[in-house]
Design a protein around this ligand. Sequence first.
Ligand SMILES: [Ca+2]
Ligand SMILES: [Ca+2]
Length: 506
Amino acid sequence: MRKVVVFSAVLLLLALIVAGGGSWYYLSSPQYSLLKVKSAVDQCDAAAFEKYVDLEGIIRRAGNQLSGQWSASFAKEMGGLGGIEPEMVNGLVAAFGSAMIEPTVKQIREAVLSFIETGRSVPIQTLPGDAVDIAGEITIAAMPRIERKGKMATIDLELSTRGEIVRARLFMRNLGTHWQIAEIDQVPQTAQALLTAYAVGERKRIAEEKKNHPDATVDLPGQAQGAKPLTLTYVPSGKFMMGSPDSEENRGENEGPRHRVHITQPFWMGKYEITNAQFEAFVKDSNYQTTAEKAGESFGWDPQKQSWGVVKGLSWKSPGFPDPAEGKGLDQPVVLVTWDDAKAYCDWLSQKTGEKFSLPTEAQWEYACRAGSSTMYPWGDEPNGACRYANVWNQENKGKWGFNGDGFPCSDDYLGPAPVGRFQPNAFGLHDMIGNVWEWCADYYDATYYTQSPKEDPTGPPASNLRVLRGGAWRLIPLACRSAHRFDYPPDFRDLNGGFRIVRTP
Ligand SMILES: [Ca+2]
Ligand SMILES: [Ca+2]
């Protein structure tokens, strides 16, 4: 872990030096040497880079400087947006405050040079959360001051990341043939300011993009009058940490390792789960028969036995909740639909509209669910928050409908599923990502997928006999309603917990 954070920090610090931009016109000067540094990076020339940067010295001194204090409030403020994790910030303190710096200097140096040569991080990381992504997004906006004193020079820089400006200072020394970057001043403060600036810039970008892309609706042929329209919400591209940290309570092994994922393309996501009325429009238009209808039976509530089991005749039209009034409204989320049914719905919608609809990938789903958060739930770590944002199983429901699970310690006023959109949306404007009904994702399921998933736009393992479900449901306990929780079922599975929402690729 320490290696990771040290490595991350150094790359970040180097970004101060090496990132592009600026115009310098002086030969045989500190500026000229900086230009050489930039050129070495542009040309992926690690040897030239080393000539102009005292890499080892910077790493050592950065280590010393970073043994200072990082505030807990800063760690909290980062909140995962922009890809910086509180654990990483805390890790920096631990890493640089210890003797770990010594044995890792060589490895860090090699990693940094390799980064310069290839533009990619090297796999010395044992934990995700590196700042490499950010290092590549810092540029020098201006160089307002250069002061020379004998063989030393001080250079003030204005660094720009995501449109936010941060001030930094370099010390350079004259080696006779050239000037070399010897030190970065105020490393902890500068790094902290950059991380904060990046996160602030990301929040602004996302807010701006969202403002420019208001919700849109999709006309469904023959949808019942008065029913909630199929509404799409814009989800900007971005980076996030997928999965749960080792420290998260109740986490499953399949939620790790936590890793950085870049969703490179924005997409439109159903603001709500697909409703009965929206599913009915599909069935009416296509005469589609769901898996449950074809099979003539499904998992559900057996009124004779007063227990859960496989029951004849259940389908999305007559889901057979223990209370027969439940689940039937136009705006209730459709249930008892299989992955195959959900896929058929997306295909039909694509064909009807000429647009590209699909189920979300698992990564799109978690990115959209977290909406910038890195906590256990999109609203934070507190289970009490659930009842403002999600229809989940409540402690007061314990024992009802034959279910003895310990629920959330709050009241959301729904024993069964709620009409979609009754609860507050997350930061991206999406409702019921957690709770109400479980949502099928496009991906096949593999418990170990995170050990090898690509960093950009992962689409799941190539094959498996299971599909992914996300978000928990009205009848599920807190453990299953966490943002990172992954569940799996065969593609023909259906029950009263399960529904879906769609995405449109622009
Ligand atoms: Ca509830
Ligand atoms: Ca849901």
